[in-house]
Design a protein around this ligand. Structure first.
Ligand SMILES: C[S@@+](CC[C@H](N)C(=O)[O-])C[C@H]1O[C@@H](n2cnc3c(N)ncnc32)[C@H](O)[C@@H]1O
Length: 302
């Protein structure tokens, strides 16, 4: 897809998201919903990078960790249409920003692809805490016990899942602890030659730091880079959109070396520091709040 064509698609999908938001049952104003929906979803220059990477590698099975309202889910599906890529979208469907039931939006945004090309799972991938912030900041407020019960109701997935993927797109909790934990688990599901993509690789210091460390650790085994859609910034017609966007996409691409993968898997087994609870998950591990702050200046690329 050419750049302008892909921008048209992006604009169409944004309009669809607004129509969907308008029909949503919510105590919040339409303006507030729009603001949260747009700022919490992937922007165009990052979409463009994701599209280029997908078109170059044509993965068959993509795992998305962190779908929110399903905008990036839809983008992944649209990009992979010509080779019929399947997407498994994992998100806990708990309150994020002002949205109590983001899954309703994911289903609406992606209706044409369900069930043939999209599977939606209301669950957590990797370690997670119970986050109260959005339940105290936005109406209706909810007591802690109520929120804990909701979180406990969700599926918990990790590296022991008996599935493999040749693409894993990660846009969940951006703390350093969560990114590294999610990465270790996701690595066990990634096929040789497969790629992992990390959203917010430039704008969130936890993601950026983790990627810099992966680059050193996996030198020779994986290609690790941060990409920012430079050609979008340079395009004369897209400048105003590009100014608002560009959170950066981190790429981790495994080389096809089966021996290295076997060693890596063994290493991961022995270096796993966390003991899963009775549900096979990792409850009660709140990310450090400091990690959630975006850096004041753009971090150095890896
Ligand atoms: C930034 S939003 C995702 C935006 C979406 N990818 C887009 O661009 O349209 C982050 C989402 O990750 C979800 N999330 C947080 N921790 C998660 C975890 N451990 N597993 C799966 N999803 C998680 C949140 O509930 C939230 O909906």
């Amino acid at each position: 897809m050419e750049l302008e064509e892909s921008y048209e698609l992006f604009t169409r999908l944004r309009q669809q998201m607004l129509v969907q938001l308008k029909a949503m049952d919510t105590p919040h104003s339409f303006a507030e919903c729009i603001e949260h929906a747009l700022s919490g979803s992937i922007k165009f220059s990052d979409c463009h990078v994701v599209q280029q990477l997908l078109e170059a590698h044509k993965p068959k099975r993509c795992l998305e960790i962190g779908s929110f309202l399903g905008f990036s889910t839809r983008w992944l599906l649209e990009c992979g249409t010509s080779w019929n890529m399947h997407v498994t979208a994992v998100d806990p469907n708990v309150r994020h920003r002002v949205f109590d039931n983001p899954r309703w939006m994911v289903e609406g945004m992606n209706a044409p692809f369900i069930p043939d090309r999209l599977e939606i799972i209301s669950g957590f991938f990797g370690a997670h805490g119970v986050w109260m912030d959005d339940y105290t900041r936005y109406l209706p407020h909810r007591p802690e016990e109520w929120v804990k019960a909701l979180f406990a109701d969700r599926v918990e997935l990790d590296g022991s899942w008996d599935r493999t993927f040749d693409c894993i797109y990660i846009d969940a909790d951006h703390s350093y602890a969560s990114v590294t934990d999610g990465f270790r688990h996701a690595l066990r599901l990634l096929e040789p030659g497969g790629m992992m993509l990390f959203h917010d690789a430039l704008s969130w210091k936890g993601v950026n730091q983790a990627l810099r460390e992966f680059k050193v650790e996996f030198d020779g085994t994986a290609r690790v880079e941060i990409l920012d859609g430079t050609d979008v910034f340079a395009h004369p017609k897209l400048q105003s959109e590009a100014i608002k966007s560009g959170d950066g996409i981190g790429l981790f691409k495994l080389r096809k070396q089966s021996n290295a993968m076997v060693e890596l898997a063994a290493e991961l087994e022995s270096s796993s520091e966390q003991e899963p609870d009775a549900h096979g998950g990792y409850r009660n591990q709140s990310p450090k709040k400091d990690d959630r702050r975006p850096p004041a200046t753009r971090p150095v690329r890896v």
